[in-house]
Write a protein that binds this ligand. Structure first.
Ligand code: ADP
Ligand code: MG
Length: 636
């Protein structure tokens, strides 16, 4: 028997297969498995499943969407959704919005590879021979609304056969074009815009402006993507790091309980550090534009505190609510209410846990326009390790900023080429990339100065740094961090060429960042650069690299699959028993890494999708981010 994915009691509307058959609503137990959605008669008193009343094969589903509740519908029918298949729509009513969303999300996910997915649907009910939305009288009439999120055909390496949705018919194309314009995308930075500082910034250069957290600044000039000229409320002007400020957008920035850019594991870590019963914070959910309340509880006298995560839901009327139906028109009102009332949660929100004291992010370079660093401003504190280019040390810049310094062993790098490239690399800035701060090129050996990450290299962290057995969410978040950094590089059309756990680092919060991108091009060592060399990353390379040295963003994807395997095996060596020659031979013949014990089928499917023989059929990083986000969302 297939595994049950979801189970829930819903109200089901009769399908009115004949125009004259009566319309009725019955409670049914719905069960979703890998290949079917089935509904059963249900004995409410005995809480027992009775006879099977019907089922729909998932393969036949063409669309899953919300339906607008009917005017004056009773309160038990406020959250309908529809499953469209060849027999028409199946209407189901959920108890609340959260359940409705959960089922729609899950169903959309399991049917996303179906071949007959439609791009248009009817947002209202089919009642007594008419679509209430467009008044068409043919049940088969094409939908009148285009899906907001288009059905995508991404399912490479999926267990079911990979099938792409049909291209839209000319009719559908026309309808799409005739639609009213979408609301504009969130606008980018602009001169005159007011921003709020999220972190303190102490000027590193005379032309910089000090930032005090939670204060407002006006943007005067956007000369550089990472350094904006701004004015503070006293009229002082100067450059500020653009990633230290946010546009006052959702109005939450000013609240101590709001921790932007914090994921689930980081929230748990922070709450457990404070270790207060009822300690809470609000963070961005793994779904864009949504928020989650994370709450620590010691309820039930448990010796060990545990964390609960509640998604803040919205009603169709744009009201916010948490566990039970207490609606509010703003998130701050909702939090205020739950600071006094548990109302469905394990406890009320008792203590604000804030990340105000958290480390500020790294800046792009050490001040506006600076990329050549004066070595006299560096202090060396301790050796971190030894790499391809020589010794790496931890130190301080100007006595206060943590930095890592790579001292490039003479003869190990084509230096002039690298120095040119460093100017480009300085412009790459992302939360999940190790930031290049600058270089010291006026002396030998030259230095590469980067952001310092206190938890060191990911490979050692996996092998010995994780204090407890990692949760599946932690492992997946590490992979998500890497895909986010890589999606940024992909977007900048920048290849890594040596992606592996040894080239990722871990910061104090456990966030993973990718490092050494593009650096392999400047290595002067045949053993490393030639695919036949003993130091070439054969174990992370796809067949087209091993056979024809064909690098592309898809070879980075292959390497990511291997990196993911390293994460889920807690740092094992890929193809342990084989030497490089055997790997080239076997991988070109179709050998792939096995499923690690800690990886479930969905996780392993992601890895294997990265190892599809045909490079063009592998997903890209943007798609991997979405897939991993979906998976994380299901785990929350
Ligand atoms: P290379 O790229 O020259 O081969 P690595 O980047 O592997 O050298 O650095 C060697 C070791 O130094 C790493 O394994 C890691 O432990 C440490 N290290 C390198 N860069 C940093 C950094 N930015 N922060 C913390 N530790 C680092
Ligand atoms: Mg390295």
């Amino acid at each position: 028997m297939s595994d049950i994915l979801l189970e829930e009691i819903f109200i089901k509307r009769s399908q009115q297969k004949k125009k004259t058959s009566p319309l009725n609503f019955k409670e049914r137990l719905f069960v979703l498995t890998q290949d079917k959605i089935s509904y059963y008669d249900y004995d409410v008193d005995k809480m027992k499943k009775k006879g099977l009343k019907g089922s729909v094969d998932l393969e036949k589903i063409k669309c899953v969407e919300v339906v607008q509740p009917e005017p004056n519908s009773p309160k038990e029918r406020l959250y309908p959704f529809q499953i469209i298949y060849d027999e028409g729509p199946l209407y189901i009513f959920a108890k609340n919005e959260e359940i409705q969303k959960k089922w729609i999300h899950k169903l959309k996910h399991v049917v996303r590879i179906n071949k007959d997915l439609i791009q248009k649907f009817h947002p209202c009910f089919w009642v007594d021979g008419m679509w209430q939305c467009c008044q068409q009288e043919v049940k088969q009439a094409m939908g009148c609304r285009v899906l907001e999120t288009k059905n995508r055909g991404f399912a490479k390496g999926s267990r079911r056969e990979s099938r792409k949705p049909l291209p839209p018919t000319p009719e559908e194309e026309r309808a799409t074009r005739a639609l009213p314009p979408q609301p504009p995308e969130e606008s980018g930075p602009s001169v005159g815009m007011t921003v709020i500082a999220e972190y303190e910034y102490t000027p590193m250069n005379p032309q910089d402006l000090e930032l005090r957290s939670d204060e407002e600044y006006t943007i005067l000039e956007i000369a550089d993507q990472h350094w904006w000229k701004a004015r503070d409320k006293y009229g002082k002007e100067g450059y500020i790091p653009s990633n230290f400020v946010v546009k006052a957008r959702n109005g939450l920035e000013g609240f101590d309980w709001y921790c932007k850019n914090m994921n689930r594991s980081q929230a748990e870590k922070l709450l457990k550090t404070e270790n207060k019963d009822g300690g809470f914070l609000v963070r961005d959910s793994s779904k864009a534009g949504k928020y989650t309340v994370s709450l620590l509880t010691k309820a039930g006298g448990d010796a060990v505190a545990s964390c609960r995560h509640y998604n803040i839901c919205t009603t169709p009327q744009a009201q916010y609510y948490l566990a039970e139906k207490h609606n509010f028109s703003s998130i701050q009102e909702l939090i205020n209410y739950h600071q006094h009332n548990a109302a469905g949660m394990v406890s009320r929100l008792k203590y604000i846990v804030s990340n105000q004291k958290q480390n500020a992010p790294s800046t792009a370079g050490l001040g506006y326009g600076v990329w050549e660093i004066d070595p006299r401003h560096l202090t060396f504190i301790k050796e971190l390790g030894n790499g391809q280019f020589g010794v790496v040390k931890y130190g301080k810049w100007q006595g206060q900023h943590d930095v890592a310094i790579k001292m490039i062993k003479e003869g190990s790098m084509s230096e002039d080429d690298f120095i040119e490239e460093a100017k480009v690399m300085m412009k790459l800035r992302h939360e999940n990339l190790v930031q290049l701060y600058g270089v010291c090129t006026k002396q030998r050996p030259i230095y590469i100065v980067t952001e310092f990450l206190s938890n060191g290299c990911l490979l050692s962290y996996l092998r010995e740094g994780l204090k407890q057995h990692p949760t599946s969410i932690q492992l997946l978040e590490m992979c998500k961090d890497v895909t986010e950094g890589m999606a940024y590089l992909e977007n900048q059309q920048y290849l890594h060429r040596d992606l592996a756990a040894r080239n990722c680092l871990v910061d104090t919060n456990g966030t993973v960042k990718v490092t050494d991108f593009g650096l392999s091009r400047y290595v002067l060592d045949d053993e490393y650069t030639s695919s036949a060399g003993s130091k070439f990353p054969v174990r992370w390379s796809p067949p087209e690299v091993l056979l024809y040295c064909k690098f592309s963003s898809k070879s980075d994807i292959w390497a990511f699959g291997v990196l993911m395997w390293e994460v889920y095996t807690l740092g094992r060596m890929p193809y342990e028993r084989l030497n490089n020659t055997e790997i080239v031979e076997q991988v070109s013949r179709g050998l792939r890494l096995y499923r690690p014990q800690l990886a479930n089928d969905r996780v392993y499917t992601i890895m294997t999708s990265c190892w599809i023989e045909k490079a063009e059929e592998r997903p890209n990083f943007e798609e991997l981010v979405v897939t991993i986000q979906d998976l994380l969302y299901d785990l929350q």
